[in-house]
Write a protein that binds this ligand. Structure first.
Ligand code: FES
Length: 96
């Protein structure tokens, strides 16, 4: 089970398999990630993956479309779209 580390709030949680980052954040406000549209429209939930990108599922088409429009690099993901693969390791996330 991967471990999620939210750098801004220093909150850490073991990530349950099959749960999205959005769901994980909804379960505990200490994650500190802001959300608005929740559908890859606004970009407020941008996160920099500072460790563990290999554990992140590829961008969805909607996520890729918005992040390309915003000219964000490959380490930036949308918290409302990001899913973490099952496995061991740490995924470190920094709110943008
Ligand atoms: S909450 Fe709007 S893009 Fe994620």
């Amino acid at each position: 089970m991967p471990r999620l580390v939210f750098e801004r709030t220093r909150f850490e949680v073991d990530y349950p398999d099959g749960v999205s980052v959005l769901e994980a954040c909804d379960r505990d406000i200490r994650a500190g990630v802001p959300f608005s549209c929740r559908h890859a429209n606004c970009g407020i939930c941008r996160l920099e993956v500072t460790e563990g990108m290999e554990l992140c599922e590829p961008r969805t088409n909607w996520e890729d479309e918005l992040l390309t429009y915003l000219k964000e690099g490959p380490t930036i993901r949308l918290g409302c779209q990001l899913r973490i693969a099952a496995g061991e390791g740490v995924v470190r996330l920094r709110v943008q």
